[in-house]
Design a protein around this ligand. Structure first.
Ligand SMILES: C[S@@+](CC[C@H](N)C(=O)[O-])C[C@H]1O[C@@H](n2cnc3c(N)ncnc32)[C@H](O)[C@@H]1O
Length: 173
């Protein structure tokens, strides 16, 4: 992974490679294989609940928080996507997160990632949901709570809408 660093910034990166033109630039290019995480996946440190485009490996964020000795107070990610920066923060010891995203699916995934659920309650709800789904062959989308999302078809595929509707009905939302 290549990172950009301001010259004279006092960090402890080990391997620095200044390219020929870097003196003319404001930032130096730094290569540090520590950030490659070869052979690792998202799920190596945290369950990857749902696919989302352009997700960051939370391992990267975690290393950067350590590298820059970030405060363990709170973390704001204004383009949070599915919340990978929050996963990094959680691993680092941060417990207060604020995020924004245009995409309602991103918010849903990020909230699910950051919501603590007691495991016996979760198993209970899963069984309730499966019973609900088995008892309904077809669901109408008329009472779908997702219907309030602007440009719903743009953000969430039809079959995913149907699945989410079942989840909402089953979970009693
Ligand atoms: C590269 S993704 C972030 C992915 C995230 N790091 C993760 O691992 O899931 C960038 C995000 O910015 C969001 N975005 C783009 N423009 C935005 C805007 N103006 N306001 C809020 N979010 C925006 C996109 O919806 C997308 O989820």
């Amino acid at each position: 992974m290549i990172l950009l660093e301001k010259p004279n910034f006092n960090s402890n990166f080990m391997q620095k490679q200044m390219d020929k033109d870097s003196k003319k630039q404001d930032y130096l290019a730094i290569y540090n294989p520590k950030y490659d995480f070869l052979g690792q996946s998202y799920a190596s440190i945290y369950p990857n609940l749902h696919k989302y485009p352009a997700t960051m490996l939370p391992q990267i964020g975690l290393e950067l928080l350590k590298e820059f000795k970030a405060k363990k107070s709170n973390l704001l990610d204004p383009y949070c996507g599915s919340g990978s920066s929050f996963v990094s923060g959680l691993g680092y010891g941060i417990r207060y997160f604020v995020g924004f995203d245009l995409n309602p699916l991103a918010i849903m995934i990020a909230k699910a990632r950051m919501t603590y659920i007691n495991s016996s309650y979760l198993i209970q709800q899963k069984e309730k949901l499966l019973r609900q789904i088995e008892s309904k062959n077809e669901l109408s989308l008329d009472s779908n709570p997702l219907i309030n999302i602007t440009n719903l078809d743009f953000w969430i595929e039809k079959n995913a809408q149907q699945d989410l509707h079942q989840v909402f009905l089953g979970g009693g939302y």
